[in-house]
Design a protein around this ligand. Sequence first.
Ligand code: F6P
Length: 361
Amino acid sequence: MKRIVVLTSGGDSPGMNAALRAIAKLGAGQGLRVFGSIDGYDGLIDGNFRELTKVLSDGVVTVDIEVDAAGGQGGTIIGSARSMRFRETQGRVVAAEQLAKLGAEGLIVIGGNGSLTGAHALANEAGIKVMGIPGSIDNDIGCTATSLGVDTALNTIVEACDRISDTARAHRRAFVVEVMGRDCGYLAMASAIAMAADAVLIRESGKSEDQLVDDIRQVILSGFARGKRRILIIKAEGVTAPCTRLVRMTEERMKQELPTLEIRATVLGHVVRGGSPSYADRAVAGRLGFGALNSLLKGATDEMVGWLPPVPGGTPTADSSVVRFSLERVLEETRALIDGSSPVTKRRVALMTQASGVLAL
Ligand code: F6P
C-alpha cells in the first residue's frame, strides 16, 4: 500500500484532528502518502483531496507542518459534511473511481452512524479496503466504550454547568440545561452524575411531556424545601419538547405553590461540539488512528476500531485497548443503542432511574 485517504464525516468532534495527525505521522513513518478528502464523502466524489503528508526532495515522506500543528485543535481541518450524494449508489461509484484515480488502496472514515454506514457500503461495493474510527460527541456508536469528542464534550458541559450553578445559587433559581444528543442521552446522563444535577430528562425513559414537567416540579419542591439554592435539571436534546416549553409549563403548574419561583432555560447546543480536545480524546484518537492504519496495512477491511468495547470478543490489535469489529456488527449495535433494545442502553437507563432518588437529595 502506497497511498491512503482519510476523511471526517457527519458532526465534527474534538479529537478528529488528533486522529488525522496520528494517521499522517504513522503513515509517513511507513513511507505511505496520506490524503485527506475535503468535506467528507463529498470530497471523494469531487476528487477534492489535500495531502496530509509531504514528500521531501530526497523522497522521504514526512507530515505536513499544518497537520502536525492541528492535533490540539477542535473541529476538523479537512472539513466535514453529511453527503446526500454519497447515499446514492451512483455517488459511491464515482467516489470509488476517484480513489482509484488517486491510486489510493485504503480509506479511513472518522465519523458516526451515518458515516460508518457509508464506509460499510463502500467496502462492499468497491475494491478498496475501508476502516472506521468512531467520531461523535454523542457516544451512540456500538462496539466502543467511547468515541472521539465525548470526553471533551463532557468537560465542556461540566464547565458550563459549574458557571450556571454559580449564578443559580446566587439567585436561588432552577435551571433546565439542554445538551446535545439527538438519538442518545449519554451526554445528559454522564454530566448529570458529574454535576450532581437534581434530575436528568432523557428520551430513553419514554416519559410524556406531562411526566417530565412533574419530575421537574418534584425536584424543585423538594430541593428548595431542603434549603438548596440551585436546582439543576439536565435535558438531552433527544427529548423533543424545547427547554423553554418545559420551563413555561412547570412555572404555570407551580404558580400557586411557589409564586416567586424563577426557572431559567439554557441550551448549550454547538458550544459543546467545539473546543480543543482533552487529553483523553487526543490519546484515544492517536491510538485508534494507529489501530486503524495498522489494520488496513494488515489487509483488514469493512471494520471499525473500537475503544475498550463493553462487549466481549473481537480481534485484538497490538494495543490492548483497541479492538476491531466488523462494521456490520457495529451498525447493528448502534441501531440497538438508539432504539433502546441494546443491553448498554437498558443498563444506562436503569442506572439513571436508580440514581434519580440520590441525585435529588
Ligand atoms: O454530532 C451529533 C450531533 O451533535 C447531535 O447530537 C446533534 O443533533 C447534531 O449533531 C446536530 O448537528 P448539526 O447541527 O451539524 O446538524
